[in-house]
Design a protein around this ligand. Structure first.
Ligand code: MG
Length: 177
């Protein structure tokens, strides 16, 4: 009699999932450095001496969170399914044209933003409005590429990493006082 070993198969570790999520972002043309550059742009006037490396490390730490990894897997899968036409209408057309009234792409990205509280939310709103750097590039939707979820995920990752830095800087100042 065959023994069911399915419950014995280890789930991928958090670190493994983190690297898969980074790989998925890279396959869609987004590197951790791209996100770090956004963090630098929105935090440089608030944190004296901030370096791109600090921003890179902050994004890297945000990527440790399981809810962040899960949001990346979900959002990027939806973008890819839409590119392949594998989602039913009327949803297909809404995601394909990044319909302003759809809004679920922003809602999904909030699960990343919420990890670091309200500063993250303010940063996310700002990035969504001004569409800096990589976010503007992703928004062009060239050659049938769908980035409806990806652009919000990138903005959310940068917003969360920036909020993390803001909290960290305040903690350091308080420890010095
Ligand atoms: Mg979007």
């Amino acid at each position: 009699m065959a023994i069911d070993l399915s419950c014995k198969i280890a789930e991928p570790t958090n670190q493994k999932l983190k690297y898969i999520a980074i790989e998925w972002l890279q396959e869609r043309g987004v590197s951790i450095e791209d996100i770090a550059r956004l963090v630098y742009e929105i935090q440089k006037c608030y944190i004296p001496g901030l370096s791109l490396e600090d921003c890179f490390c902050s994004v890297d730490r945000v990527m440790d969170k399981r809810e962040v990894q899960n949001t990346i897997f979900t959002g990027l899968s939806l973008d890819e399914l839409v590119e392949k036409g594998l989602i039913r209408e009327p949803l297909l057309a809404m995601i394909r044209k990044d319909d302003g009234l759809y809004g679920i792409d922003e809602i999904l990205a909030l699960s990343i933003v919420n990890v670091y509280g309200s500063i993250g939310l303010t940063n996310f709103g700002y990035l969504d409005k001004v569409k800096l750097g990589k976010i503007a590039e992703l928004n062009t939707h060239q050659n049938g590429v769908i980035n409806t979820f990806l652009d919000d995920i990138v903005a959310a990752l940068a917003a969360a990493a920036a909020a993390r830095l803001a909290h960290q800087t305040r903690d350091q100042l308080e420890n010095l006082a």
